[in-house]
Write a protein that binds this ligand. Sequence first.
Ligand SMILES: *Cc1c(COP(=O)(O)O)cnc(C)c1O
Length: 395
Amino acid sequence: MSKFNDDFSKAFATRAIHTPACRDAHGSPHVPIYNTTTFAFDSTANLLEVVDGKKVGSLYTRYGSNPSITSLEEKLASLESAETAFAFCSGMAAEAALFLSHGRNGIVCLGDAYGGTLELLSSQLPLLGIQTNLILGTEIDKLDEILNGGVKLVFFETPTNPTLDIFDIRAIVAKAHSYGAMVAVDSTFSSPVNQRPLELGADFVVHSATKYLGGHSDLTAGVLLGAKDLLEPVWNWRKNLGSTIDPETATLLSRSLRTLVVRMRQHNATAQLIAEAMERHPRVSRVFYPGLLTFPSFELARSQMHGFGGMLTIEIKGDGNAASIVADNLNIFTLAPSLGGVESLVTQPSTTSHHDLTKKERSRRGISDSMLRLSVGLEDPEDLIADLNQALANI
Ligand SMILES: *Cc1c(COP(=O)(O)O)cnc(C)c1O
């Protein structure tokens, strides 16, 4: 059952394939890999024009001024309705550049976030004197007090990992802006096909392109998007931290984007089928998927997303050991961290992403040992459901 209003415009899918500047001098329909670190000029005057930003031109690959990189960024910006996109060598590199360029007046992270993000915010940025506040989704009423204290950057993921919590992007933007603070959304779980936070008023969007944007578990990359003036200081951080994407990965990621829309449509459809099947399964106590009518944030999800995504979490009737037994008996779902690829993956949050937390802290975050997180791939839905059914029959 599709409960969701499919508003992918023709222009969106078309833009995922065509980039205005994608033809090169030889007529290649897609920008090839410019495996080159530097670019030649015929005069110092011409070189100076590019250095001074008076003329657009390729200069030096670490600066991001390489056609393989700039054409990728143009396409990413178009898909997220952003003025500017900067591509990085990983999702964490994109986040680090964001925090260093716009988080120096304090950062508040709302809700659960990726392990690396939490570590950067709680252990490393404070070493540089950056004040960080980490609050749970249930503590959202603390946001006013924190913003009142002068914190200027609100960061959150939506949907979150692994409980698929949905944060109201419009409402948080309105609050943050009323305090003169900016909002950055990690939209990795959705991809721009399913959610475009900048259209809802957010100031920045960050993605681990390693996940759905890349989509084949074969590249590591990140992207930060937003208005041109806000991204200007980020450019220098990326340049001098040296965290720019390389031309080969940029080209591979560009290729992935051409199939992003069809991949996401199938991820959405298959995950919906699996969520509905698991909701009926006698050995499953709870299913966390924003596309289920029974999901507490279903209406909110529908109001800000264009699709509910390929990530879902099931809680089985049984303890952590029973959940491990189910995970170990899956044949098509592969036991591996990460997400967003063509192949289906399974993780047990209590033994992977949230293993370092105490059991008490996990339960404070609504994470139980009997949860299994599924990244639904592009295999036949019937095969995936049969795989889950046979694995669940072992407990
Ligand atoms: C994986 C992930 C990251 C980090 O991305 P890398 O590409 O591994 O650096 C950040 N946020 C979310 C939500 C992720 O899933």
